[in-house]
Design a protein around this ligand. Structure first.
Ligand SMILES: [Zn+2]
Length: 207
């Protein structure tokens, strides 16, 4: 028992507190238990960011972490690939949920990995809505600055999907790299052709 981390002890205490409240439903208790478990799990190296970092490092990619000067402080920044990677928690960033475009609580569709609690529904919906809007704005600003953005969702990193997800990120990064380089080469060729054309035109003018 002594080996329990402080966070795990807090998580346990939180569950006890929740359970002692006779008013809460079993669904809410289940939600609290799951949140507490997630908090305990995420406190260690199993954090989703760590999985992505280790997976990409192992595949030969190098990166910088939490770039403070870029919008949204991306979790990983791969300069060579001009790519920012965000590792998002499914609940906080509302993975797959549909929220009504107006301030209404009637048109909410939960997803497999993001179930908005019925208690304090309005608070959660507003919070997740704001997070989603901010994510969109930040990625838009990054795109304007010429960065590619990859969002990795927590649910895509569970053990059964992890390797497939990491392979797919690696594939996307290589694709971006090739595409950027081909784009540069095409521009170069175009530049050369224009240069030749200008030279021949200048030669003709000279005649
Ligand atoms: Zn998800």
């Amino acid at each position: 028992m002594d080996t329990l981390s402080k966070q795990q002890r807090h998580a346990k205490a939180a569950i006890k507190q929740e359970q002692s409240d006779a008013c809460i439903s079993s669904a809410e208790r289940e939600q609290a238990r799951r949140s507490a478990n997630m908090a305990a799990i995420h406190s260690k190296d199993t954090k989703p960011e760590m999985i992505v970092r280790r997976g990409l490092w192992k595949r030969g990619f190098r990166y910088r972490l939490n770039h403070k000067r870029l919008p949204g402080h991306p979790d990983l920044v791969l300069r060579k690939y001009r790519t920012c990677i965000f590792v998002n928690g499914c609940f906080w960033h509302g993975h797959g949920v549909t929220l009504s475009p107006v301030e209404s609580l009637e048109l909410i569709v939960n997803s497999e990995c993001c179930k908005i609690p019925k208690t304090n529904l309005e608070f959660w919906v507003n919070k997740i809505r704001r997070n989603k809007e901010r994510d969109k704005e930040e990625q838009h600003r990054l795109a304007e600055m010429g960065w590619h953005c990859i969002t990795v969702w927590e649910c895509e990193l569970k053990p059964s999907k992890r390797e497939e997800t990491l392979d797919s990120i690696a594939f996307t990064l290589n694709h971006i790299y090739l595409q950027d380089r081909t784009g540069c080469m095409k521009a170069e060729v175009r530049g050369k052709r224009e240069e030749e054309l200008e030279m021949s035109m200048a030669a003709e003018d000279g005649v």
